[in-house]
Structure formats: structure tokens, C-alpha cells
Design a protein around this ligand. Structure first.
Ligand SMILES: [Zn+2]
Length: 477
């Protein structure tokens, strides 16, 4: 029997608000433990939670950015469970009346066909405290840090539309891009601002059964999500073939062993409406105001890049996948750089250099104006590509203009024929073997001679003129 997977995702995204969801404590989970706390987020009896307006706005923008419908009425429930990371015994979450319903993300499936992966709903909830397990001598101890308690989260719950690791990974990449666009979160699985649980079941291919699912947690990158789903499909298929029943439980992904392991039976506590947090009523005006704040979203921007700047689909998708890169690209064009040059130099040179230095395209000393100045010097043949790469490195180190760097450090390109003439003659004299090979029709040797001349010029020769002069001297044109 052949099986297919039925997969749904639950994605927690931590909103980048300055304060927590129900109090004014700073939302900085990484601070010294238990620094950012108050009676509300320490969950003392009698504390009155007040919903953060900023969190509601950021959550609303996130919902709209994912094509979801904000609900006119939503409300918080008490999701009951008892654990040391939640001493009050319940988490404030929206179980019955979520902030939004619907929405979805369009991806390309493995065969290159467009596919829509639907979102069931998106709700807000508070994060729980963090447990730290340590050893005190030979005694295991557990510590609780409340800095994260009450941090503002949204949970995105999808429909079980996913059939493969590919679907899940593409969805998560697109989700991350779209949430970054609306500015609600960094969505980094590596630093924990995006956490993904996958619900996976299998069924005979071609049927529409919904079988018992297994929940997998603890994946720290989008790649881990793909690996964990692939492993779990294999494990469940083998179990069913061996006649074992799949039981509802939670498993943890171990990235080192590349396998999932049983953690616990899945427990769903009861949810009861919370009597303290007021019901959220969103007016049509509020929803419209939020909608008007949405930026141009990545898919629309990619289409515009294709139409307006003549990029290929792949290039447009790449440049629009990070809002800061997209803005940088258009700033270069506004400075008069040709779109193809801007695209090429951004993707192959500048972005890697920026990332290498731990900077961001929106916050780097190599501003679009300075980088455009450099690219324009190259377009005007004042410097060659080699020199441009070196000048780029200097742009990170000093605030001089590219023109000043070129002048001060002698990067200007040598296009003077007389000067290049003598350089080439010297190289031809030193390399009689290569010259003979070129004359015998071996074009590879021509490339070698080109390289020798470029080296002799300290990388400053204009390659176009060198090529012309060499061809003339060797009679290959
Ligand atoms: Zn607090």
C-alpha cells in the first residue's frame, strides 16, 4: 500500500512589541533572569491583565498580511494546565473566538505547480515562563525565568493541506517573508521568535481518511522541520505496515540523531472563557485603518519588479524576499544604476558582504547612494570589476566617497592604450610558449595571457581593451 502524508502546522510567532501582552513590563526575554516582571506577569492572584494596543495592532497587521479576515469580535480564554512554567494554572489564549479566520499562502509544489496552503485561524496568546534545568553539584535543579512570561505571541494554525516536507518548508519561508514585511516579528527559528509544531498523519494514497496524528516539536530551523516531517512519514508508514496502531502523542526532533523521539502523551486541557480580559471588538474603521497600513506585499512587489525592471521571476522573488533588500534595490535604481547591474552586484557581492559583517541592508555604512556611486564609476569604465570589489570593501571601513577611495588608493582603471601596449609586449615576450599555443589555435592559452596582463597591471587594466589589443597583436581576431 502506498501512503501519503497529511500535515498541518501550528506556528508561534513572537511579536516584536516593546512591552508584554497584558502589562507594561519590557518584552526582553534575554535580559538577566526575572528582571522584567510585575504582579501581572508573575501571575499573582488578583492581578488585572490589560491588553496591549501595540500587540493588537501588530497581530492585526500580521493577520491581514497573510490574507486573513480579522474578526469583529474575539476573546481570551483560559487554557488550563498546570506546570512549573505556568504557576497560575492557565494560559490566556484565544481558543474559541480567534482574532482572525482564513487566509493562506501560495507556494509552488514539488512539480512546479502553484498550490494554496490555507490558514484555519490566527489567535493571540501569552507566552509562558522559561524553565532552565541545571546541575548544582550532583543535584539536578530547575530554575524559572519569568522574563518571557506574558510575552506577546500569535499562533497561526493551518489547515491540513500539506503533503510533503517541501510544502511545509516553502510555506514557512513565505510566511517568514510576509511577517517581516508587515514588521510584526523577525520570525527567526534560530533565536526562537518563530516556533513550529507539525501535526503529521498518514493515509493510503487517494483516500480522504483523517487518521490519528502525531505532534512533533523542537525544530530549530526550517530545514529541521522538513527533516522531521520526512522522518516521521517514514516511521509511521513502517509502523502501519507492521500492523501497529499510531497513537496520539508528542515527539521531539533530535537534530543530531536526525530522528524523532516520544516525549509524552498529548494532553489538551479544558478552555474556559476568561472573565477579566475584555472582549476585543474591532470596528470596520479600525480594520480599514490597519489594512491601509499594509505595505506592498512580496508577491505584488516581485510582479512589479518583473514588469518595471525587466527581472526574471527568480531574480524578482529573490530580491523581494527581504523587504530591506527590496528597498535597497529600488534605491540603487533611483540613483541611476541599471536594474541588471544593481541586481547582479547586490546579490553576488553586497548582500553577502553585509551579512558577513553582521549588518543589515537597511543599516549599513554602505548606503545605496555610496554603492550607486561605485557602480556608476564601473559603468563609465573608470574602474574595472576587480577594483570595484576592493573599493566596496573600503566603503565598509571608511566614510569616504567611492571616488575619493579610487583616487587615494590608485584603483583607477588603466584604459590608456600606449601604457597597456608596453605591458602586453612585455608579457608576450615572457610567455613564448603560450603565444605559440594561441597561434596554433588553442584559445585556452589566450585566457592565460589575459590573466598575466591583468596581473601585471595590478588588476587595474581595462579588460575590454586588453582583450582587443591582445587579439590584434596575436592576429586572432
Ligand atoms: Zn509584567
Amino acid at each position: 500500500m502506498e501512503f501519503e502524508a497529511v500535515i498541518g502546522l501550528e506556528i508561534h510567532v513572537e511579536l516584536n512589541c516593546a512591552t508584554k501582552l497584558f502589562c507594561d513590563c519590557p518584552n526582553r526575554p534575554g535580559d538577566e533572569p526575572n528582571l522584567n516582571t510585575c504582579p501581572t506577569c508573575l501571575w499573582y492572584p488578583g492581578a488585572v491583565p490589560r491588553l496591549s494596543r501595540d500587540a493588537l495592532e501588530k497581530a492585526s497587521l500580521l493577520c491581514l498580511g497573510l490574507g486573513a479576515e480579522l474578526q469583529p469580535v474575539s476573546a481570551f480564554d483560559q487554557k488550563v494546565y498546570y506546570y512549573p512554567d505556568l504557576p497560575k494554572g492557565f494560559q490566556l489564549s484565544q481558543a474559541h473566538c480567534p482574532l482572525s479566520r482564513g487566509g493562506g499562502i501560495d507556494i509552488m509544489d514539488e512539480t512546479g505547480k502553484p498550490k494554496r496552503l490555507r490558514i484555519h485561524h490566527i489567535h493571540m496568546e501569552e507566552d509562558v515562563a522559561r524553565l532552565v534545568h541545571e546541575m548544582e553539584g550532583r543535584l539536578p535543579i530547575s530554575l524559572v525565568d519569568f522574563n518571557r512570561a506574558g510575552a506577546p505571541l500569535v499562533e497561526i494554525v493551518t489547515e491540513p493541506d500539506f503533503r510533503s516536507p517541501h510544502d511545509a518548508m516553502e510555506f514557512l519561508k513565505a510566511l517568514r517573508t510576509q511577517v517581516r514585511y508587515v514588521g510584526s516579528s523577525e520570525c527567526s527559528m534560530e533565536n526562537g521568535t518563530m516556533r513550529v509544531d507539525a501535526n503529521i498523519s498518514i493515509r493510503p494514497r487517494g483516500t480522504d481518511q483523517m487518521n490519528t496524528k502525531v505532534e512533533v516539536k523542537n525544530m530549530n530551523s526550517i530545514r529541521h522541520v522538513g527533516d522531521a516531517i520526512a522522518f516521521e512519514i517514514g516511521r509511521q508508514s513502517a509502523a502501519v505496515k507492521a500492523g501497529e496502531a499510531v497513537v496520539l502523542h508528542t515527539r521531539l526532533w533530535d537534530p543530531d540523531k536526525k530522528a524523532t523521539f516520544m516525549m509524552r502523551a498529548k494532553f489538551e486541557g479544558p478552555c474556559v472563557p476568561d472573565p477579566k480580559v475584555p472582549v476585543i471588538e474591532l470596528t470596520a474603521e479600525y480594520i480599514e485603518a490597519m489594512r491601509s497600513r499594509l505595505p506592498e506585499m512580496p508577491a505584488a512587489r516581485a510582479e512589479r519588479f518583473i514588469a518595471q525592471h525587466g527581472l526574471t521571476g527568480e531574480e524578482a522573488v529573490f530580491l523581494s524576499s527581504d523587504p530591506e533588500v527590496a528597498v535597497y534595490f529600488e534605491a540603487l535604481i533611483a540613483e541611476g544604476v541599471a536594474p541588471r547591474t544593481a541586481m547582479h552586484w547586490l546579490t553576488t557581492q553586497l548582500i553577502p558582504a553585509i551579512r558577513e559583517r553582521g549588518q543589515k541592508p537597511g543599516d549599513t555604512p554602505v548606503t545605496p547612494a555610496r554603492f550607486a556611486g561605485l557602480l556608476k564609476m564601473m559603468s563609465k569604465d573608470e574602474i574595472n570589476a576587480n577594483a570595484a570589489r576592493e573599493v566596496m570593501a573600503h566603503l565598509f571601513e571608511s566614510d569616504e566617497s567611492p571616488e575619493a577611495i579610487v583616487a587615494a588608493r590608485g584603483f583607477a582603471q588603466v584604459s590608456d592604450s600606449a601604457e597597456l601596449d608596453s605591458l602586453i609586449d612585455k608579457v608576450l615576450e615572457d610567455q613564448p610558449d603560450a603565444v605559440a599555443k594561441v597561434r596554433a589555435g588553442q584559445n585556452k592559452a589566450l585566457g592565460f595571457l589575459m590573466g598575466q596582463v591583468m596581473q601585471a597591471s595590478g588588476g587595474k587594466a581595462n579588460p575590454k581593451i586588453v582583450r582587443e589589443l591582445l587579439a590584434k597583436k596575436l592576429g586572432t581576431n
